[in-house]
Structure formats: C-alpha cells, structure tokens
Ligand binder design. Structure first.
Ligand code: UTP
Length: 284
C-alpha cells in the first residue's frame, strides 16, 4: 500500500495527520483496506511511507499497555478493536523519501519482494472498493490469463472525464476485458470506453523493470499507469475485472464525507440518530 503521498487535498490536516489514518466512523481507511487484503489471502503488507508519516505503520503495531488497561477495565469490545489491525497482516515498511508519484512509490517496495514473488497486489489505502472480493476475482483472472490484472468500474459517460479510462476489448466474460491502452481524463466524447481505473492492481513482477524505463509524466510524477501502458505496448497481457459495486474515494474531503456518512448510517450505535438528524437538517 503506497501511503507516502502529500495528501494536499486534505490540507491543512495533513500537515500533521496522514490522510490514510483519518477515521471512517472510528476506523482508519487504511485498516478497512488492509482487512480487504487479508480477506483475499494476503499475509504480508508492505506500507510505503515517507519521513514524517511513520504513524501509518505505527498504527499496525500492537499496543500492550493500552491493551492491558482496556482488559483491566473490562472494555472487551474496545480491546477487540485495538487488536484488530495488528492481527490482520504482518506489516513491514518501505520508504519513499520524496513524493515522486504512485509509480515511484510502488518501485520503492521492490526490495521487499522475495525471489519467489511473481506478482504484487497494490491497494490504494484511500480507495474503498465495496463490497470486498474483487482481489480474489483478479487473482483468478491472472491464474487463467497471466500478466497483470486491474480493477475497473463502469462509470456513467457524462462523469468519465474525471478518470483514467481503459481502451478494452471483450473476452467472452462480461466482467473481464482485455486492455489495449489507457487514457487519463479524456473528454467524454473521446473516451475509449466507460471503464474507469480503481485503486486495485495485481501487477506482474515485470512492472518493476517497466517502472525503471518510464520518464516522469503528468505532474512531473512517475505514473504507475505509464509503466502499465509500456508493458501493454510490449505485448504483456493486461486485463481488467469490472467491479459491479460501490466505491468511496477517501482522498478528498467530499468523497471522504460520503464514506463516513455511508458507514455511520449502517452503524448500530450512530446510524439511527444520524439519520434522524440528517432528515431534520435537510428539511431545514
Ligand atoms: P493520491 O494521489 O490519492 O495521494 O495517491 P496524494 O498524492 O497524497 O494526494 P493529493 O493528490 O496530494 O491530495 C494515492 C495513494 O498513493 C500514495 C498516497 O499516499 C495515496 O495513498 N502516494 C502518492 C505515494 O505513496 N507516493 C506518491 O508520490 C504519491
């Protein structure tokens, strides 16, 4: 999980608090995404952090003193919440000294791979893909077709220009498409499809070599999509799994608020009174 970005859309908070730790109700977005990875069978998590964002990895460390205090006080439900993140996955870190882009951040994790690791799953911790389960489907597609598998959402055409859009062809399975290319934020009438990229990638190890051969793209950053595009031009198979579900972009305050309200409405403690308050607030 790359978590070394500057989080500029969340300034001023991100001067001191990493956006990956902002709570969706009471649980940081990155814990939700780590739980998704664990559910898909992952056992190791490499968090790419930067100097000053150590709190992101610290969040996954056990807190024996706090746990003892909660146990003494009989706060079992809280104890379970506190113990959940450290128990999900074995966490290790890689460092991205400077925020040079998502592609660069992924490249920083290469030394963490073992010789036998043939692929790596990259999950963006500020992107909630719901319901969970798409990673397992992506792994299945990689087992069948090899190469690299990405996740796509079918977006209404009028909104497509806000996204990275796939140029695809059918495979016979309605939810699996072969990718021939990618366009960043095209005008709606020039978009090659309505399939937009989401923050889940199952990348063949060849990505690390491709990342070394690309040059900075949009915003002067090393873009992961440029490295994937390079692999496509070299004949590396790339497919997308079309996820027919929901998504929350936690990377900006508007998307984050929707996620918080969505999760809070489902929460037995907070949901009913929030709904009542929202109804009254909206009718005012
Ligand atoms: P974002 O583009 O959403 O994050 O990258 P950002 O750059 O921190 O946010 P803004 O645009 O300034 O508001 C998606 C994920 O990739 C990580 C981010 O931490 C985030 O989790 N990332 C991004 C890196 O690790 N390094 C980078 O250089 C860029």
């Amino acid at each position: 999980m790359p978590a070394a970005g500057l989080g500029t859309r969340f300034l001023p908070t991100t001067k001191a608090v990493p956006k990956e730790l902002l709570p969706v109700v009471d649980t940081p977005g990155i814990e939700h995404v780590a739980a998704e990875a664990a559910e898909a069978g992952a056992s190791r998590l490499v968090i790419v952090t930067s100097p000053g964002k150590e709190a992101v990895a610290d969040y996954f460390a056990p807190q024996p003193e706090l746990e003892a205090t909660l146990a003494e006080r009989g706060k079992d439900a809280l104890l379970a919440k506190v113990r959940r993140a450290p128990a999900l996955l074995a966490v290790e870190t890689a460092t991205q000294a400077e925020a040079l882009g998502l592609g660069h951040a992924v490249g920083c994790a290469e030394p963490n791979l073992r010789p036998e690791d043939e692929a790596v799953a990259v999950l963006l911790p500020d992107d909630l893909v719901l319901p969970t389960g798409v990673l397992a489907r992506m792994a299945q597609v990689r087992a069948e077709k090899g190469g690299t598998v990405l996740c796509a959402f079918d977006i209404p055409k009028e909104q497509i220009s806000a996204y990275g859009v796939f140029d695809v062809e059918d495979t016979g399975d309605e939810d699996v498409k072969k990718v021939n290319g990618m366009v960043e934020k095209p005008p709606a009438d020039q978009a090659p499809s309505t399939y937009a990229a989401a923050g889940r990638y199952l990348l063949d190890r060849a990505i690390f070599d491709a990342l070394k051969r690309i040059t900075p793209g949009a915003g002067g950053e090393l873009q992961l999509t440029d490295a994937i595009a390079l692999l496509i031009t070299e004949g590396h198979p790339v497919h997308v799994v079309v996820h027919r579900g929901g998504r929350h972009d936690l990377g900006n305050p508007g998307g984050f608020l929707r996620a918080a309200v969505d999760f809070a409405l489902d929460d037995p403690d907070y949901g009913p009174s929030l709904l009542e308050w929202l109804r009254a607030r909206i009718s005012r």
